[in-house]
Design a protein around this ligand. Structure first.
Ligand code: C2E
Ligand code: CA
Ligand code: CA
Length: 968
């Protein structure tokens, strides 16, 4: 409402719509009036009765009395009515003039703006006579004004507050107006720009474009286009602006009258665009470099963009995939990673490192992708995802292989029978496998964190530490075949064989240890048995030989003297016969105990077998010392022995030989002592005798033998006998051992045990051996031919032969000349032969094996090489020595010997060797061997060594028997 009351008169406003003729007629007329009338002029008397209406208005009514102001006011907009009534009421009370604008509500609901004016009337006498006034429709005026005012205000607001620079220029381009934004945009205040030419501010390179734009608008009437151009800032630099210029033409002439320009600062936008472009560039080169593939999907997860890499993976155009979703191309739509992807997609969350398989498409092999992505928003609205895929097929394959490998390794380690463990740089356990725990008795957690020092046996600590330091501090970080003992949690001792490797990159040492306790024990027992007499536990002949050699070497070096005493019991046979073997054994044990007890620890007491003992001891004072010892020993026999609570008296005869006085070699010394003992025995009473040269009949025999042996070959005194070797299970003859026999015209049959060593010493063995080999091979070949069956011929080789450089050639030639297939020849060597010079032995054996023949270790068990050592040699067969076979009584009991034989059999099998037992004399022993798993047997029980002719008959008989057996 814009009106204000004026004047000082008042007139009463009549009661609303009362006393106005026909009510309805007047009401309808008023209503129409309100809808249509443009100008209403009225006058009311002092009572407010209408006294005058203009013609236009009067046309609506029968009489002007039907019109009332109150009725009119009834048509006023409800919002305005109280104000109007209030203002009019106040004015009339004071008889004042008023003028007000208000709205009339038309019957169609429309609104008309009315200007109501009222003035109080007074007559000539100055008496109040009523009000006169008019109502004019001002609607049209009202809207226009309002709009005008608004647009003006808006325009001002816009230009003044716009961040864009709005400028007007005259026909020459001079500024006639610049909006305040010029200060921010160009650094000039508004008034500074006025009068300046815009072209001064436009970058020289952009002026032409602006001119052309204006020209185009003038000449062609083109609509304004936006130009990007540079404007000079007050600071001298240029700012990028986007400008829309409107050329204004003179309506009469059409000439340029001026321009209006709106310029927007787009420096930031430009910079951003630049940045964007660079980024895009960067991204493009990155993706080009990466083997990864860029992708985009729509909001449904369908591919919309795919990098070129996809093509390489697919083998077809990547467009093939466009429009497809991941589950559609997945190998397994239920794959967890894929489900995770879908869940994240659903939640519009970014994801990364999700791996899924893409099924074989168009004949291409399936492949695996690792995908990462993030939701893409356009104007804040989710439109899809974008991200990268990486082909991880190869990686996955390698990973799988690695996993399989590590599983395999873990299984191997977990299930290994060997201890497998790891140590850190301080030597502390970090891991131990189950076998390690089983072997040591400790739980893994009891070992982890502790150093190995605490576990190794104190006696082996120093040597282990030495190897350890050698390998890891100064060596190349590896240990092989380190053997030591450990103490288990339960206090037992285990023997372990170690291999270790230090891995510097990991700072970890990996170790494996094999439990070799059983092997060690077997070896120890083997050695015990090989070197000691099982009845008395005294050293046996083998140990005697070995040790005597030592003592002689020692004495020779120090210029000392030795005494070798042969002690033979008297009347032992009588005790044995009258009281039984058991008593005899007990007696021998007691004798052994007494001898041992009366000698120094370094003195050697051995039992040769039967009732023969040998004592070897240093004697600084020669005969005198020896005499004292001999007397002391004999005195032991003065005391009765208690056997089975019976006092038994046995005597002894002692023969003594002195080194170096009587002889230089142990064999000779033994010979001398033996001769002396024989003499002592002749007296048939306890006593001792020193050797004297006249006793040495044997020595002369030896000389005789030697000269006889030299002629034996040419005189054809040798003959080869054969002893069959039988298969344990079938008892068929599978081969034979060639054993040399010597029949001398006067000396008679000389046993090989006597002449073979002599032949060795004199070097005659070379020729003799060659002869045996040729003879036996020719014979064997003939039998193989005659009986049409394979036979394995074993021929003994002496140590000296092994060292003969011609050996391999000789064997080769012999095989060639006799036509015996090489695989039918087996050469037997004793352990001692091998151990004399293991290096050469290994070499020669290797060469022999190359010929295709087989190799056997003879007399196994009498030496003292370890089984492990045997592995160095390419041997095929072990011949278990007779001394190893259990005796008749022993077979019955499961005693040590028995177990030992079994242990050897077992070990032979682990070494992949055939086992032949020789010297099988009884059925019981054979049964035992058969049961223990021996492969072949040889011995008197089956057949003695016999001449070729007899052997042929034996073979024929055996074959006939088998043939008959088969026929039956
Ligand atoms: P060896 O090689 O261990 O031969 C086995 C010996 O045990 C043979 O003694 C054989 O007659 C004997 N023997 C076989 N079965 C039994 C049995 O059941 N009980 C007993 N107590 N003994 C049995 P032999 O023939 O007296 O030969 C003794 C050693 O002479 C041989 O031992 C071997 O080392 C050596 N020898 C024999 N012939 C040759 C040869 O041609 N060359 C070489 N270098 N040495 C030979
Ligand atoms: Ca042999
Ligand atoms: Ca043998």
């Amino acid at each position: 409402m814009t009106g204000t009351s004026q004047g000082g008169h008042s007139h009463a406003v009549a009661g609303t719509g009362t006393g106005t003729g026909t009510k309805t007629g007047a009401g309808a007329a008023l209503r129409r009036l309100a809808d249509e009338i443009m100008v209403l002029v009225w006058a009311v008397d002092e009572q407010g009765r209408c006294v005058q209406l203009n013609r236009q208005a009067r046309a609506y009514f029968a009489s002007h009395s039907e019109f009332s102001l109150a009725g009119w006011y009834g048509c006023i907009h409800p919002e305005d009515r109280p104000l109007v009534e209030d203002a009019v009421g106040r004015a009339t009370a004071q008889r004042e003039d008023y003028q007000l604008e208000y709205r009339i509500v038309r019957s169609d609901g429309g609104v008309r703006w009315m200007l109501g004016v009222g003035a109080a009337c007074f007559d000539a006498q100055g008496r109040y006579s009523g009000y006169a006034g008019s109502v004019t429709d001002v609607s049209a005026q009202h809207g226009l004004q309002q709009r005008l005012a608004r647009s003006e205000a808006e325009h001002r607001l816009l230009t003044e507050n716009a961040s864009d620079l709005i400028s007007r220029h005259d026909a020459n381009g001079r500024y006639i107006y610049a909006s305040p934004a010029c200060e921010h945009l160009l650094g000039y205040r508004q008034e500074e720009l006025l009068g300046r030419n815009a072209n001064e501010l436009i970058h020289p390179e952009d002026v032409a474009a602006v001119r052309a734009e204006v020209e185009m608008q003038l000449r062609r009437g083109r609509r304004p286009a936006q130009l990007e151009l540079r404007l000079r800032h007050r600071d001298g630099g240029f700012r990028w602006v986007a400008t829309a210029t409107r050329a204004m033409a003179d309506p009469r002439t059409g000439a340029l009258a001026g321009t209006v320009a709106v310029s927007r600062d787009i420096s930031a936008e430009k910079a951003m665009r630049q940045e964007l472009q660079e980024r895009e560039e960067r991204y493009r080169s990155l993706t080009a470099l990466l083997s990864d593939c860029y992708w985009e999907t729509d909001a449904q997860g369908r591919f919309t963009v795919l990098g070129p890499e996809a093509e390489a993976w697919l083998g077809v155009e990547s467009s093939f995939l466009l429009g497809k979703t991941r589950p559609e191309i997945a190998m397994d739509p239920q794959e967890p990673a894929l489900l995770e992807y879908l869940a994240r997609f659903e939640r519009r969350e970014p994801f990364r490192d999700l791996e899924y398989g893409v099924k074989a498409l168009l004949g291409r092999a399936p492949f695996y992708l690792s995908i990462a992505g993030e939701p893409m928003l356009r104007d804040g609205v989710f439109v899809g995802y974008r991200g990268m895929s990486r082909n991880v097929t190869e990686q996955r394959r390698i990973q799988q292989q690695l996993r399989a490998l590590s599983d395999e390794n873990r299984n191997l380690i977990q299930n290994s029978l060997d201890m497998v463990c790891a140590l850190d740089s301080r030597g502390c356990f970090t891991r131990v496998n189950p076998a390690g725990c089983r072997i040591t008795g400790y739980a893994e957690e009891e070992m982890v964190g502790r150093t190995w020092h605490g576990f190794v046996h104190p006696d082996d600590y120093a040597s282990t530490l030495l190897r350890y330091s050698e390998a890891f501090l100064y060596g190349h970080g590896e240990i092989h075949d380190l053997e030591n003992r450990w103490r288990t949690k339960g206090g037992d001792v285990v023997h372990l064989s170690w291999s270790a490797k230090w891995v510097p990159e990991q700072q970890v040492m990996y170790l494996t240890a094999r439990d070799i306790t059983q092997r060690k024990q077997a070896e120890w027992r083997l050695r015990q048995l090989a070197t000691s007499d099982s009845l008395t536990q005294l050293p046996n002949r083998a140990r005697l030989n070995e040790h005597t050699d030592h003592m002689i070497a020692h004495a020779a070096r120090d210029g000392g003297a030795l005494a070798v005493m042969f002690v033979d019991l008297n009347r032992f046979k009588e005790v044995n016969d009258s009281m039984g073997h058991e008593a005899g054994d007990l007696l021998l044990q007691e004798v052994a105990r007494r001898l041992r007890a009366n000698l120094r620890p370094d003195d050697l007491v051995a039992r040769l077998g039967g009732d023969e003992f040998v004592v070897v001891l240093p004697c600084a004072h020669g005969e005198r010392s020896a005499t004292a010892v001999a007397r002391k020993l004999l005195a032991q026999f003065d005391e009765p022995m208690l056997v089975k609570s019976q006092e038994v008296f046995v005597g002894a005869s002692i023969g003594i030989a002195l080194y170096p006085r009587d002889a230089q070699t142990k064999e000779a010394l033994f010979q001398c002592a033996d001769s002396a003992m024989y003499r002592a025995k002749l007296t048939r009473s306890n006593g001792y005798r020193f050797f004297t040269p006249d006793m040495h009949e044997e020595a002369r025999t030896r000389l005789t033998l030697e000269s006889a042996l030299r002629r034996a070959l040419e005189r054809q005194e040798f003959e080869v006998h054969y002893q069959p070797r039988l298969d344990v299970t079938t008892l068929e003859v599978v081969g034979m051992e060639a054993l040399l026999r010597w029949d001398h015209p006067t000396l008679g049959r000389v046993p090989p045990a006597q002449f073979i060593p002599l032949a060795e010493e004199t070097g005659l063995i070379g020729d003799i051996g060659t002869w045996v080999l040729r003879e036996a091979c020719a014979q064997a070949r003939q039998w193989v031919q005659a009986f049409q069956r394979p036979l394995m011929l074993s021929v003994n080789l002496s140590p000296r032969q092994l060292h003969d450089p011609q050996l391999v050639t000789t064997v080769w030639q012999t095989l060639r000349e006799t036509h015996l297939p090489a695989h039918m020849l087996e050469l037997e060597l004793t352990e001692g032969t091998l151990m004399q010079d293991p290096h050469v032995a290994a070499q020669v054996l290797g060469e022999l094996k190359q010929l295709g023949l087989s190799l056997a270790v003879d007399d196994f068990g009498t030496g003292h090489s370890s089984l492990a050592y045997l592995r160095r040699f390419p041997v095929d067969v072990i011949k278990l020595d007779r001394t190893f076979l259990p005796s008749l009584t022993e077979v019955a009991q499961e005693d040590n010997v028995n177990r030992l034989a079994r242990a050897i059999l077992h070990l032979a099998r682990t070494l992949n060797l055939r086992l032949v037992a020789e010297g099988v004399e009884t059925r019981e022993v054979f049964d035992f061997l058969k049961d223990a798993g021996c492969d072949e047997v040889q011995g008197y029980h089956f057949c003695r060594p016999i001449p070729a002719r007899e052997f042929e008959q034996y073979l024929r008989l055996k074959l006939e028997a088998t043939a008959e057996g088969a026929a039956a």
